[in-house]
Design a protein around this ligand. Sequence first.
Ligand SMILES: Nc1ncnc2c1ncn2[C@@H]1O[C@H](COP(=O)(O)OP(=O)(O)O)[C@@H](O)[C@H]1O
Ligand SMILES: [Mg+2]
Length: 363
Amino acid sequence: MRPLHVASLQVRAFRNLAAVDLEPGERFNVVSGDNGQGKTNLLEALYVAATSKSFRTSKLGELVGFGADLASVRVTLSDDGEARVQSVGLKPGARLVRIDDKRPPSLAAYAVRTPIVVFHPGEMSLSMGSSGERRRLLDRTSLYIAPQSMADLDAYTRAMKERQRALETRGPSASDLLEWETLVVRHGLAVMGHRGRAAELVAAKAIEAFSRIAAPELVLEAAYAPSAPNDEGAFLDALASRRSADMRRGSAGVGPHRDELALAIDGHAVRGVASQGQHRAVTLALKSAEIEVVGQARGVRPILLLDDVSSELDRARTAALFSFLREQRGQVFLTTTRPELIDTGDDGGARRDFVVRDGRITG
Ligand SMILES: Nc1ncnc2c1ncn2[C@@H]1O[C@H](COP(=O)(O)OP(=O)(O)O)[C@@H](O)[C@H]1O
Ligand SMILES: [Mg+2]
């Protein structure tokens, strides 16, 4: 796999980071500081630079520093030895992305250039939380496997919204419903195709990773569970027959917005029955799978952002994570309040330490 790393990072007026200029190392970058100083903000800035999106909000305005009009993030990447500059300018409701100062053909084209995977404390909900968390996992990996999937998902979501609006404003016999439903089915089947492929790859890697992390007698099962018939006619019929019910409940009872990546341990659904330790192991297995699938899809080692993960994982799981990270050999940014507890291995030259205080970074 090609090596990829952030060679420099410039951040302006992004959350509490007024001005950051950083030259990270190619391997482990350990960012420490007390709570509330800007550690997560720094990871978020990197994530925005790589994908144009945040991992903690969909509201761009939240990212702009208080009192500023515009936030910006700019990274210079070394990708297989070639330099590239990616930048994102942000203000409420708008973003401007550039690769080498040129406009990419689409946001998806921007977002796949620098594969990045984030692992933050909220991630435990991958195993414990609602199906939405696992759909997003499938969609994040789908993006790197097939960049078109982003447009398909947007088109599906829009068509579904229009169908619902037609239902709720004009009732189940509105004349344009069939038109919207036809679009829902067309884009919905495309979304299901992307998710099915992503799920197959993620499941295989997650099952393998789980057997390494958890007790050897436990077996993880993971499989895509679509929520619509994988057939144009049957999907259309399902929508048509649910019009009145969907109007009353305020959303469609069928369609990939209800998909699931079904997880089970020894035949029992993970969500209801797993112990805390098993949830941790499942989460870690899914994240490891995401890293591997994204990497293989793009032929590159993804950049990894680990936000305070040792606070979520126990000792054994943290050790398993770090041995995985050492094998991966990609660039890692990790935050912690206790840098002395982070064991990045014997190779001291592979680690750089930074300290964040009140939005300023020294290192
Ligand atoms: N848009 C913003 N402008 C300025 N400061 C912000 C903005 N959004 C969040 N903050 C501040 O960022 C700080 C939290 O930073 P964070 O990176 O989450 O801390 P931690 O080091 O604990 O990860 C808080 O002090 C919060 O007030
Ligand atoms: Mg934080």
